[in-house]
Write a protein that binds this ligand. Sequence first.
Ligand code: SAM
Length: 363
Amino acid sequence: MPGELLHLVRQRIRVHGPLRFDDFMSLALYSDPHGYYRAHVPGADADYHTSATLTPWFGRLVCLRLQQMWTELGSPNEFTVGEVGGGTGDMALAAIEAAAEEPDFAKALRWTFVEPMPAVAGLQASRLGHLGDSIRCVDGLEDLSGLTGTILANEVLDNFPFRIFEIGEHGLLEVRVEASRRDLQETLVPVDAQSDPALLTPLEHLEAGDRFEVHTGIQTWAEGAAAALESGYVLVIDYGGVEPSLWTDRPAGSMVTYRRGRLGLDPFEQMGNTDITSHVNFSELDRSLRAPGLKVRAPASQREWLKDLGIGRIVDELRRQEAEARDDGRHPDSLSAMAERSRVQSLTGTGLGDYLVLEAGRS
Ligand SMILES: C[S@@+](CC[C@H](N)C(=O)[O-])C[C@H]1O[C@@H](n2cnc3c(N)ncnc32)[C@H](O)[C@@H]1O
């Protein structure tokens, strides 16, 4: 209920003063029971779509990369995918189905959802429970320790709480959330940029009035992933960029909201029914994975990454099916092949194709 969530946020502000944006987000997205991710189970009326929910071909291509990783590790008897924030489970369903075509890999493959939201974990269990013991669900990365396999996160880190900063005429300012008589609103407070090296670099590239965000949980998440990994990979796919173009391409910052598929800019509107997100800083993710000893590859665009995995062949095959069905007079089949081809092509088009894919590894 937005009203109860608003009451909770107001109460926090009364006790602590204006809240940092990451603290506000923790309440708006994750507080129990009314935070957006607590109260909304991903599904048919989703506020967002991801590559994984768009078409099963995404999960199938991810499966191909997972199989390559398994081979690179010497084909171990057990290869576990720890999927963080697996949402509807569509990625897992498509990948496990595709793995069945490679019996040795299928035998080794285990899938563990890392999902702190009980209702989402329930959905994952109900959709994949029929696959038996090879599917598990755990609360956090600490439950994966000793993992041989891949920690996978598709469109998850962008949802981690972030702070928002604005370059002021006389120094750095931070967005805080304060309560007005009827509502919530932003206020800007000065911060000491010297207090945190992560705040100094953006200052060199931006001008007065520009904004940028800092996801506060990424370093801890990377440390947790590296600690869990005995041998294998971390695979992160998300929208974002590298420094400094991450900031200079979007000088107003990249915070947006999603509600019923519509993009918005007001994080206080329909709190609890609205997703809040911003671009992931892949340079920071790179540093955070490197620090605990992982080898990190420069991120590739999702477009290039999927091309390397052979998405072009799938598009060609769907185009062939479309023409064959049309020539045979099977018009509904032709249309459905065309619709699927268009979904597959959008994985590499403007938008999804511009997402970044980062691979890091320990062998
Ligand atoms: C945009 S959805 C992406 C779902 C899925 N990965 C996909 O590609 O369709 C974000 C998911 O991340 C989960 N999530 C959010 N914060 C998380 C966190 N700190 N740790 C793990 N999962 C999280 C949410 O419950 C939700 O399932």
